[in-house]
Each structure stands twice: as C-alpha cells, then as structure tokens.
Design a protein around this ligand. Sequence first.
Ligand code: PMM
Length: 285
Amino acid sequence: MIRVSPLHAVPDLPQPGRTLVIGVVNVTPDSFSDGGEFLDPAAAIAHGLDLLAEGADIIDVGGESTRPGAIRPEVPEELRRVIPVVGELAAAGACVSIDTMRAAVAAPAIAAGARLVNDVSGGKADPGMLNLVADSGVPFICMHWRGHSEDMQSKASYTDVVSEVIAELCTQLDEAVGAGVAMDKLIIDPGLGFAKTGEHNWQILERLEEFGVLKRPMVVGVSRKSFLGQLLAGADGSPRPAKQRDDATTALTTVLALRGVWGVRVHSVRASRDAIAVAQRLLSH
Ligand code: PMM
C-alpha cells in the first residue's frame, strides 16, 4: 500500500491514531454546498454539536465562502459570524479550528478557544497571519493557494500540477518557519479545487504519495467538491448536486485513510468515521 507519510502526531491536537475527521461548519450565506443553512450562529452551534456527537475530532468553523467567484465579507461581518460559534463549541469541549485568511479573525478566535488555524491561503492573503500563528503557538493548516476566489480559476494553469503544488507549498512552509512557526505545528493541504481544475485534482489524488517529500502531515478536502459533481454528472451532462456527492466523498475518504493522510475535512462526519474505521481495520495487519 502506498502511504503519504506516517500518521504524524501534531502537538496540542487530538491524536486518535487514525486519520482525523474535521467536520465543516460554514457560517456563510454562500458556500457551495451548505450556504445559508448555518448563517444564524445558533444554527451553526447546533450543527457543530451534531458533528461532534457523530465523532468529529475537530470542528472547522468558517465565515468566508471560498467558492469560485465568491465576494469577501468585511472583517466585522466575518467576526460576527464565527466568534460566538467558536466560543460555544470550544466551551462544549470541541477542538475547534478557525477557517480564515485574516489575522484579525484568527486572533479573537484563538482567544475564544480555537486550537488550530486553517488558512486556505497558507499565510499568503494576510501579511500578519504567520506572525500571529507563531506568537500564539497554535498549529496551522498551510494550504496551497494562488489567489482569492473571485479569479482563482484563471490561475489553474500548470505544466505538472503535482510538482508545482509541492514546490509552492514548500515555499509557503519556508515562509511560515521564517516567521517563527514551529515546523512540528505545520500541516499541509494540497488545496483541491483552489486554482485547480477537476483534472488537476485527480492528478493530485493519484500522486498523493509524492507530497511525502515535504515530511508534514496532510489534510485533504474533497467533500462535495465540484470535481465529484462532474464525475457523477447525469446523462444530460448536468453535474450531480452538491448534497448528493456524500457517497463519493466517503469512497474517497476510504482511499485517503488507506494512504495515511492525517485528516480529512468533510461535511458528513459519521460516514467518514465509518470509512476510516474500515481503512484502519485493513491497515492493522
Ligand atoms: N475547502 C474549502 C474551505 N476550506 N480548508 C482546507 N484546509 N482545505 C480545503 O480543501 C477547504 C478548506 C471549501 O469547501 P466548503 O465550501 O465546502 O467549506
């Protein structure tokens, strides 16, 4: 079996000895699969508690949609969306991750109890982010990123997507370490769908073990993404709707767990836990 890298333990985060499940709570009006459902903080908190009960190891709370073409919220609006949700879920005992590209959101989120920063720009969108992460000492998900959602798909151009994403991630990791972030707190993410076509995503998934050269634990987010909608398109060519992509997400979760990824970021937590249990059983001998 080809493995990405051993299941690293990341300090200060859960260490269940299997691939972690990161449950998604999007407190946004416009995320592609659940936009508007959890914009009310009370609904978002209830959803986070449901995901916790289903077995999520980490709850990832985000207030900015990153769907292609999305318009960014102002900082006060992003704060209004996420801070009460982070605070309540942390108080309920959840390990909470804050999904933001802004230091001005990450800092109060950490103060409210977030234990991990998930920055889809990997520190590139906000010059203050890496210093904040270094100073606060929390682990950091460093995702491959080429630009904001409004025009990122125009940057989906590669000669060899896998080697270029690895090289660019390597630069992003160097920047983080240069800013003072401890190497053992860094988690990588290839950023599927971010400045990448469906074909690019599949090539990355096929060659995931090449990311082992970076020697960091890896998170992968495939859940309900549009390349699965394309794969499962109907006879008329129309993509499968986002909410009907969970079975394919679960199939990929099994593959990712067999390859030893550190974490999967998913909307459907129980199904992912089941898939990981199957993979774990197969890996145990
Ligand atoms: N994808 C989305 C949002 N945040 N974070 C990480 N680390 N990796 C991802 O792939 C990722 C992310 C977009 O998906 P959503 O709108 O369903 O949350």
